[in-house]
Write a protein that binds this ligand. Structure first.
Ligand SMILES: Nc1ncnc2c1ncn2[C@@H]1O[C@H](COP(=O)(O)OP(=O)(O)OP(=O)(O)O)[C@@H](O)[C@H]1O
Ligand SMILES: [Mg+2]
Length: 355
């Protein structure tokens, strides 16, 4: 896996049970995913030589992020290395302009958008074509606001009822399996909470989300896990963006689904059979642990474990910093409000927030 953040760390956890050795290309030895495996190489994802040297020792190469430039990925493929997902699919997760264009051509629902900031009425949303994450690279632009001087697209500001996400895994031979649609709650452009399955979602919307995910995975020839972020708008579903890897919206699946997104990603890229994705409980809630002003996990963890014994706590081995994703907590149960309270309680204790 190129990249060694928390996604690599949790993929490694799934790899262990399958008897696999996950090799990671880490930017630094202290990366969360590098701390847990002996098979670490150090190198930048945009250093062609480092990526090539790393890839030569792997049966299959996959990714924990979108930061490997296209020419490097295409180069690996030309030298006969199994890259999954492949360069042509990844392009649509790396380049928001290409993604909007291609999904539009497929007749799928995307917001009205343009390359030309003058072509859409304000207010609108401007987005960096490449490199954005956690809301960095997204600007809500009102009348008179200046635009950042970078390569961007602009798009209609969708009136969002709920934010949703759906994940599907696809094998090289084209078999697919989806998880239930989830609701994601964002604050300041960052996902703070996920409820699975999405409560309050009509069966017809759930069904069309599932069809959308399968269509996109198939048409774009994605191999591995595909995440489709969606807006539920009054008029129907609108596609926000794509990620072709395990994703924050799927962390609930570690405990909440018969097969986690991390195990399924491995099974898909290795062309092994896909696992059962049915939920293990009526409700799973995942709450992200974002660093607070006084987060001291060593001090707060025992209290969180004791006070919320049903919580599954995942820590990513990162240095605490305000706003940084340090871990997540998942709780399973029967009712959304109760499960959400318990998961949030564990996170509040971990953050050192007053109760
Ligand atoms: N067209 C839009 N209309 C309204 N809100 C939007 C629109 N596009 C984005 N947003 C809001 O901004 C958030 C971040 O947008 P987006 O997912 O495109 O950015 P990102 O930084 O690439 O995020 P990620 O970390 O998921 O990769 C969305 O979750 C949504 O709340
Ligand atoms: Mg997003």
């Amino acid at each position: 896996m190129v990249g060694a953040g928390q996604l690599a760390r949790m993929t490694h956890q799934a790899a262990i049970s399958l008897g696999l050795s996950l090799r990671v290309l880490a930017e630094s030895a202290g990366d969360g995913g590098a701390l847990v495996t002996p098979l670490v190489e150090i190198g930048a994802p945009d250093d062609a030589e480092a990526v090539e040297r790393f890839a030569k020792g792997c049966d299959v190469v996959t990714f924990d992020h979108e930061h490997v430039p296209q020419p490097i990925i295409a180069g690996l493929e030309r030298s006969g290395i199994a890259v999954r997902p492949g360069a042509s699919a990844l392009h649509f997760a790396q380049d928001k302009r290409a993604m909007r264009q291609r999904l539009g051509e497929l007749g799928l629902p995307v917001p009205a958008w343009s390359d030309d900031p003058a072509a859409l009425p304000r207010p609108y949303v401007a987005k960096a074509v490449t490199g954005g994450y956690d809301g960095r690279g997204v600007w809500f632009v009102d009348e008179g606001d200046p635009l950042p001087d970078i390569d961007l697209i602009v798009e209609e500001r969708v009136s969002i009822v709920h934010e949703l996400a759906i994940q599907v895994a696809r094998t090289p031979s084209g078999k697919t399996r989806t998880w239930p649609v989830v609701e994601t709650v964002q604050r300041d452009g960052i996902c703070v909470q996920v409820v699975a399955p999405a409560p309050r979602l009509s069966p017809s919307f759930a069904n069309s989300a599932e069809q959308l995910a399968i269509t996109i995975a198939t048409e774009l020839d994605v191999v591995g896990v595909l995440t489709v972020e969606l807006f539920e708008a009054p008029t129907g579903l609108v596609i926000n963006e794509l990620a072709m890897r395990p994703h924050n919206s799927g962390h609930w699946s570690i405990e909440g689904s018969a097969t986690s997104q991390f195990e399924q990603h491995l099974r898909a890229i290795l062309d092994w059979g896909l696992g059962d994705t049915r939920p293990r409980a009526p409700v799973s809630v995942m709450v992200n642990l974002l660093g607070g002003e006084s987060t001291d996990l060593a001090a707060s963890l025992p209290t969180a474990l004791a006070e919320v014994p049903e919580a599954s706590i995942h820590l990513y081995g990162k240095q605490a910093r305000p706003g940084r994703k340090l871990g997540h907590v998942t709780v399973l149960g029967d009712d959304v409000a109760g499960v959400r309270d318990r998961a949030q309680r564990a996170v509040d204790i971990l953050r050192g927030d007053p109760s």
